[in-house]
Design a protein around this ligand. Structure first.
Ligand code: F6P
Length: 233
C-alpha cells in the first residue's frame, strides 16, 4: 500500500517526507485554504519540498468539464512534476476525466462515497479513485467495506485504476483499508504518526536504554573502531 500525506502544511511535509516512506501528497480546497497563502505559492512550495517525482494530487474547483480542463492545464503549467488532477465524480467531472485522459493527464477521481461512483470513474479512465472512508462511516455506512467492494470490482473487470482511500481519522481505519487491499491511503500527518506509535514500543525502548546504561553508561554505539573495541570489552 502506498502512503500519501493529506496536508498542504510545509512543516508537516518536510518532516513527514524526511521520516516516513511516503510517496506523495493530496490536497483539496479545504486543506489548501487552511494555509491562508496564495494557491500557487503553496503548490510550488510543496513541489519544492517533495521533488518532481513524488505524486502531487491537486483538486479543481470548476463545475463544468470545460472549466475543469482549463484548470488542469493551468495546474500543469504552474506546478508540473508528477501531477494528478483531482476531479469530483459528478457527470461533468466524468466528462472532464475522459477528455483529460485523451490529453495524457493523470487523474484522481474524488468525493467518492459509493462503489458505483468509483466504477464509473474508473471506466472514464481515472488513475486513482478516492473513497472517503470516515465520511462514509459517519453516515452509518462502512468506509472499509466500500473500499473492499471497489477493489473487488476493479479486479472483476481487470481495471488498472487504483484505490487511494481518503478521509481517515484513526490508525485502525488505515489498518483495515490495508487488509482489504486498498492500493493507497492518504492520511493526515497526525494519523500517520498514530499508525507507527504504540505505548509498548516506547516502553520497550526505554527498558533497553535503562538496561544498557546500567552497565555501559551513556546509551550509544558509534561505529568507529575505537567505540567497537570499547563495546566488545
Ligand atoms: O473527510 P476529510 O478528512 O475532510 O477528508 C476528505 C478527503 O478528501 C480528499 O480530498 C480526497 O483525496 C483528501 O484530501 C481527504 O482525505
Amino acid at each position: 500500500m502506498q502512503y500519501i500525506l493529506d496536508t498542504a502544511n510545509i512543516e508537516e511535509l518536510q518532516e513527514g517526507f524526511d521520516l516516513f516512506p511516503v510517496e506523495g501528497v493530496t490536497t483539496n480546497p479545504s486543506i489548501i485554504a487552511k494555509e491562508k497563502k496564495p494557491f500557487f505559492e503553496i503548490l510550488r512550495s510543496i513541489r519544492h519540498v517533495i521533488g518532481e517525482d513524488a505524486m502531487l494530487h491537486v483538486q479543481v474547483l470548476g463545475d463544468t468539464a470545460g472549466k475543469i480542463v482549463r484548470e488542469a492545464h493551468s495546474l500543469r503549467d504552474m506546478v508540473g512534476g508528477n501531477l494528478y488532477i483531482k476531479i469530483p465524480v459528478l457527470p461533468e467531472g466524468l466528462k472532464a476525466i475522459k477528455k483529460l485522459k485523451i490529453e495524457g493527464f493523470k487523474v484522481t477521481a474524488t468525493s467518492i462515497l459509493t462503489a458505483n461512483q468509483a466504477l464509473l470513474a474508473a471506466k472514464a479512465g481515472a488513475d486513482y479513485v478516492a473513497p472517503y472512508v470516515n465520511r462514509i462511516d459517519n453516515l452509518s455506512g462502512s468506509g472499509v467495506q466500500t473500499v473492499a467492494d471497489i477493489v473487488t470490482m476493479f479486479e472483476n473487470f481487470n481495471l488498472p485504476t487504483k484505490v487511494v482511500a481518503a478521509s481517515f481519522k484513526n490508525a485502525q481505519q488505515v489498518h483495515d483499508v490495508a487488509v482489504v487491499g486498498g492500493h493507497a491511503a492518504t492520511v493526515p500527518y497526525d494519523v500517520l504518526k498514530a499508525v507507527v506509535s504504540h505505548p509498548m514500543t516506547d516502553n520497550s525502548i526505554a527498558q533497553f536504554k535503562a538496561d544498557w546504561e546500567r552497565v555501559y553508561g551513556e546509551g550509544r554505539i558509534i561505529c568507529d573502531m575505537k567505540e567497537i573495541e570499547w563495546v566488545s570489552v
